[in-house]
Design a binder for this molecule. Structure first.
Ligand code: SF4
Length: 77
């Protein structure tokens, strides 16, 4: 449900040439933030295509978003 997980899963090759041609990858842009000086709010917000103002200000907490599916994200799914 987390956008970073979605990006990782989109990078997995599919061993079917027809499916592989139609597969849509999520390419993250920007640099990996410094762990010494992490960004405010959600640490992933500088590279997240779903980021909105709240992501820069409020650290998302890990919550159950669907039955047995947890994510620390303001806009999961
Ligand atoms: S909280 Fe915002 S920036 Fe962080 S992963 Fe979710 S949508 Fe992206």
């Amino acid at each position: 449900m987390h956008p970073y997980t979605q990006a990782l899963l989109s990078a997995i090759p599919v061993p079917d040439p027809e499916v592989e041609l139609r597969r849509k990858r999520i390419i993250l842009e920007g640099d990996v933030p410094s762990p010494v000086n992490p960004p405010s709010g959600c640490n992933f917000h500088p590279r997240c295509w779903k980021a909105q103002a709240i992501c820069r200000e409020v650290i998302p907490v890990l919550e159950e978003k669907q039955s047995n599916h947890y994510a620390a994200c303001h806009f999961p799914g």
